[in-house]
Design a protein around this ligand. Structure first.
Ligand code: AMP
Length: 146
């Protein structure tokens, strides 16, 4: 089963919309299989964004991502990486589609509420970056009365 990493970024914590972001994913029917809060060290943030090293936005991005805690989670489902990207919207909130998380809540292309892995390959790498296999839960969905 496909899985992907989502980071709810420090701006979402400050804006107190972590719950809204999670609700959005749950209302889409996405399955949360791992979840925690982390404060990235500078070194860890640098490592996570190593592919952007040298770009003009790299330093401020690393500063921002290590400035306050994030919530990280793993979602599982068919085509989940693409589905999460669709719900996140364009990196730049000005270009994000109506109803996307970034259109609704992001300030700019750095303070943009969520990180969503950009391919299946990066999703797998990013899941491993934050979670060990024993922190990822293989739970069964059941139907309960409302
Ligand atoms: P990505 O690896 O494509 O998800 O990019 C990582 C993060 O870098 C994005 O979520 C943005 O926060 C930031 N970023 C990407 N492009 C820009 C940009 N042109 N200016 C500022 N920040 C950016």
């Amino acid at each position: 089963m496909e899985r992907t990493l989502v980071i709810i970024k420090p701006d979402a914590l400050s804006k107190k919309i972590v719950g809204k972001v999670i609700t959005t994913f749950e209302e889409e029917g996405f399955k949360i299989v791992a979840f925690k809060m982390v404060l990235l060290s500078r070194e860890k943030a640098e490592e996570f964004y190593a592919e952007h090293k040298g770009k003009e936005f790299y330093e401020p991005l690393v500063n921002f991502m290590s400035s306050n805690p994030c919530v990280v989670m793993v979602l599982e489902g068919e085509n989940i990486a693409q589905k999460v990207r669709d719900i996140a919207g364009n990196t730049d909130p000005q270009k994000a589609g109506e109803g996307t998380l970034r259109k609704l809540y992001a300030q700019d292309n750095r303070h943009n509420i969520v990180h969503a892995a950009d391919s299946l390959e990066s999703a797998e790498r990013e899941v491993k970056f934050f979670f060990s296999e024993n922190e990822i839960h293989h739970w069964e969905e059941r139907i309960y009365k409302k």
